[in-house]
Ligand binder design. Structure first.
Ligand SMILES: Cc1cc2nc3c(=O)[nH]c(=O)nc-3n(C[C@H](O)[C@H](O)[C@H](O)COP(=O)(O)OP(=O)(O)OC[C@H]3O[C@@H](n4cnc5c(N)ncnc54)[C@H](O)[C@@H]3O)c2cc1C
Length: 451
């Protein structure tokens, strides 16, 4: 591996979707300003402790959607979808669309999403009523049979991308522009000096790098970087009731549950033989096991799924599980399928395959072909489960997406603008100060913490 430079203008920590997207867009923007990148010019260095895609970006289901109840999230996602659409080949992006299929308790909120999608020019179709929803779904899949569904929001844009292929595409573009990516280099400490709180050097076992700006895109490792910055472990949050709640943990973890049904992906084609949109179903109809008929839940539940050649089957997931362990004690490494603690259990397999059978007859009796391989991974969440994109310690930009983020490829583009002195109105609603001021995002009725 080539030696680390002793100085870089921009040190980016983490080669996941955000670190790579920021590096690539920053290089693009500097080039457009006729600046040279690399030795002798502006140096953009990405430090990655393991390898490109070693975190959730490398295992994510890859769903790209707009469907969010929060106006600020929706506008930001529309921006990101346009970045995916800008180079589908390099990003291995499949624009098949996305469907949010919901029960009555979510009907009105999904209706507002549709209205606001219309207002921002994001193409979607909204079907209301139980019979109408069933008819619409049967028009796509003859075997549709999900119950307690009274609305369908069909987003015509969005879809999914292949996790590692998209990261490799981003890295290739970044390197071609002069970005230097160092894998196997872990940042162990961040030092300040000159009588300011700004970070002046980044310390690694391979040497230290003095720097002008630091950008952190560390995914579920954000808690350890946050600690290196000496930022508060607990914060005060002004709630919707106007009351301030003190001592709220800044970070908590959840375990994302995903898996793959080992069928030919063509098994999930639509009636007319096309690759279908990504399906997301929430419902309050009781769910019984497709294996033994036992009741799995009679509470609101949800799943998502799509045929995916990359995963070799029909792949998807369900609601995440809460990790009760305090953030400082959570063992993030080894990450994802290599974790002894956080891979999905047989309960997930039973629930998810039963839910597939609940939605479409073709999945009945298929639980035996669920792929029994380790899957899933943890995400690190903020107090309100929405991202924090903000500057700390004068020259450190933190991209903490609260696990919303593979789809947010466009955030790096907006962060690059901010690094170069242009403010971004799309990122403004995600500042850390919202916890103190109470400018929080509205909360939806969805069973998922990220809708
Ligand atoms: C199972 C699962 C499925 C998901 N599915 C979706 C989905 O379908 N759609 C969606 O939008 N989102 C999805 N997400 C969420 C999404 O994957 C994450 O929000 C996003 O990938 C985070 O990107 P990142 O760049 O912040 O972090 P990461 O992908 O974690 O990248 C951070 C990198 O930083 C490196 N690093 C950490 N600490 C250091 C250090 N000290 N020094 C050097 N390097 C360091 C890590 O090795 C890692 O490679 C999913 C998450 C999981 C777990």
């Amino acid at each position: 591996m080539p030696a680390l430079p002793s100085h870089a203008h921009y040190v980016i920590i983490g080669a996941g979707i955000h670190g790579l997207s920021t590096s690539m867009h920053l290089a693009q923007k500097l080039k457009a300003k006729r600046k040279s990148i690399g030795a002798g010019g502006a140096r953009i260095v990405v430090l990655e402790k393991t390898g490109i895609g070693a975190g959730p970006s490398g295992i994510a289901c890859g769903v790209v959607r707009n469907n969010y109840f929060q106006p600020a999230m929706r506008e930001l996602m529309a921006h990101s979808v346009s970045v995916w659409e800008s180079d589908p080949e390099a990003y291995s992006y499949h624009p098949v669309g996305y469907m949010q299929i919901s029960p009555e308790v979510m009907h009105a909120q999904i209706g507002t999403i549709y209205e606001q999608q219309k207002a921002i020019g994001y193409e979607s179709v909204f079907i209301e009523g139980e019979a109408e929803s069933r008819q619409y779904m049967e028009g796509l899949f003859k075997d549709w049979q999900a119950k307690n569904i009274t609305s369908v929001l069909h987003e015509k844009r969005g879809g999914y991308a292949n996790n590692m292929a998209s990261l490799r595409g981003l890295a290739k573009k970044a390197k071609a522009l002069g970005v230097e990516i160092f894998e196997g280099v872990e940042v162990k400490a961040l030092r300040s000096g000159n009588g300011t709180s700004a970070i002046t050097s980044v310390e690694t076992p391979a040497g230290s790098i003095t720097c002008d700006q630091v950008i952190i895109g560390a995914g579920p490792w954000i808690n350890s970087l946050w600690n290196m910055l000496g930022l508060p472990k607990q914060i005060s949050v002004k709630g919707g009731d106007g009351k301030t709640h003190d001592g709220v943990p800044m970070w908590h973890y959840m375990a994302l549950q995903e898996g793959t049904l080992g069928v030919d992906p063509n098994f999930q084609k639509t009636n007319d033989g096309a690759m279908p949109p990504v399906i997301h179903v929430d419902t309050d109809a009781p769910l019984h096991s497709d294996r033994d008929g036992k009741l799995i839940t009679d509470k609101l539940w949800g799943i998502y799924y799509k045929p995916d050649f990359n995963f070799g089957g029909v792949q998807g997931g369900a609601m995440p599980a809460t990790v009760e362990t305090p953030a400082d004690e959570v063992r993030v490494d080894p990450y994802g399928p290599k974790s002894p603690e956080f891979v999905v259990t047989d309960n997930f397999a039973d629930m998810w395959t039963s839910a597939l059978a609940f939605c479409q007859k073709r999945f009945e009796g298929k639980n035996g072909v669920y792929k029994k391989e380790p899957s899933g991974g943890i995400g690190c969440f903020t107090p309100d489960s929405f991202p924090v994109f903000d500057r700390f310690r004068e020259n450190v930009y933190v991209i903490a997406d609260s696990n919303h983020g593979y789809k947010m490829i466009g955030v790096g583009k907006l962060v690059a603008d901010e690094l170069l002195g242009e403010g971004s109105t799309l990122l403004e609603p995600f500042r850390f100060s919202r916890y103190a001021t109470g400018k929080l995002h509205p909360v939806s009725n969805s069973p998922f913490p990220w809708s």
